[in-house]
Design a protein around this ligand. Structure first.
Ligand SMILES: O=C(O)CCC(=O)C(=O)O
Length: 272
């Protein structure tokens, strides 16, 4: 892409720069969202995929619904639809405007988050991606309506100006991940209410996470991808290769094994 197409306005870019996030309403239409949902429900039916997806039957889940419906990591590595939506031109155009340069895709994920599922404690994405220079950006596509009751995302506005923290231990009764960062004084997590097809973009230093799905019968499915700008020189090796908007894989990016703010012991960090 030689130049960005203006799917978002200059004031939206300014809002992203000021707040650390931007919601683009209806970036995907109903049929597109249905296509994503149907595909991932079929993938769930089809069962485990080595290294990427490990659902277990109910009788092996020990009452943890997330064992039956874990997140699917990097589906773009095995699934054409995921690759197509990860590098969808509308998403890549918005990212181009937000990065101020061409975007490269680093990761895709799908969260099923059924009723009763735990959340993911507050964290910062670039702790894991270790993008340098700068940071990554997430595109979080809501597949169901996402709100406080079904475990929707919370973000802490303006924390994109914060440095990356070395996290504390999270409470395992409410979070399926083990890390939790501290909310800075004067800031607070706010719920992001999204309808199917809305996409939340946020800076990789922004503190965000989610709480359990306390609804009776509402899944909170989301397709979540992370990106870097084309001038990125280093990233954690878990996220390599990167993909350009036309799907070309870039393998020759330097592996960032620094371990980030926790030091060298974290150099073998896995996914977040
Ligand atoms: O969707 C969630 O509950 C958390 C996702 C998230 O924090 C992430 O992808 O970084």
């Amino acid at each position: 892409m030689s130049e960005s197409k203006a799917y978002i306005s200059e004031s939206e870019v300014q809002q992203f720069r000021a707040e650390g996030y931007l919601i683009v309403r209806g970036l995907f239409g109903t049929e597109e969202v249905e296509e994503i949902k149907t595909e991932f429900m079929q993938l769930h039916q089809a069962g485990p995929v080595e290294r990427l997806f490990h659902p277990v039957p109910e009788d092996q889940a020990n009452g943890d619904i997330l064992k039956q419906y874990p997140r699917f990591m990097h589906p773009h590595r095995v699934n054409e639809l995921s690759m197509r939506y990860m590098i969808h031109p509308r998403v890549m155009h918005v990212l181009h405007d937000l990065f101020g340069e061409e975007a490269l895709a680093a990761q895709s994920m799908f969260y099923y988050k059924p009723p009763g599922a735990r959340g993911q404690a507050l964290h910062q994405d670039n702790f894991y991606l270790l993008v340098e220079p700068g940071t990554c950006i997430a595109a979080w596509t809501s597949v169901d309506r996402s709100d406080e009751d079904n475990g929707g995302l919370y973000i802490v506005p303006r924390t994109h100006e914060e440095t990356i923290q070395c996290p504390n231990e999270a409470d395992p009764s409410v979070s399926f991940t083990t890390h939790e960062v501290v909310v800075p004084d004067g800031c607070k997590p706010v719920p992001v209410i999204l309808e199917p097809g809305d996409v939340l973009f946020f800076n990789g230093n922004v503190i965000h996470g989610s709480y359990p799905n306390t609804s009776k019968d509402r899944f909170r499915r989301s397709f979540i991808c992370h990106y870097t700008g084309v001038s990125t020189t280093k990233i954690s090796n878990f996220y390599s290769p990167l993909y350009t908007e036309d799907g070309t894989a870039i393998h020759d990016i330097e592996h960032n094994g620094s371990g980030g703010p926790c030091g060298e012991e974290y150099a073998v960090m896995g996914p977040h």
